[in-house]
Design a protein. Sequence first.
Length: 140
Amino acid sequence: MAKCEPMLSYVRYKWGSCWLPGKRLSLDEETAGFKGRSAMVTRIKNKREGDGFQCDCICEDGYTITFWYRCDNLPCAQDADVSPRDTRCAWLVDQLPGMWYHLYMDNLFTSWKFGVMLAKRQCRNVRSSAARTTTTSRST
């Protein structure tokens, strides 16, 4: 992925500058389908997309605002005893322009340590339930 990083950084910049995000965003994973051999491919048996490169992303209404591939190096320094996933996702939240978003995520992304990382970034938990999506928003 190191060879593709300049292009991916440019895509992240353009996608982020071409879309003014609304209030409700989603933190989720995306899969870029790939048929072939590569050590970076994630094998997914239960999804229709099949195998491919997985990335964590922040989206709105089908538009990807920012992303980071899981097979790539972390975009920032990893804190002690924090998972790479939490570090990637906290970095994605930092890429959002402005403040006051509601960020919806599924149970894959909810963890105590990720909540602490968001609290350090002046994010607060609005609603949390095991049956519903967790919502956080950035405050001033």
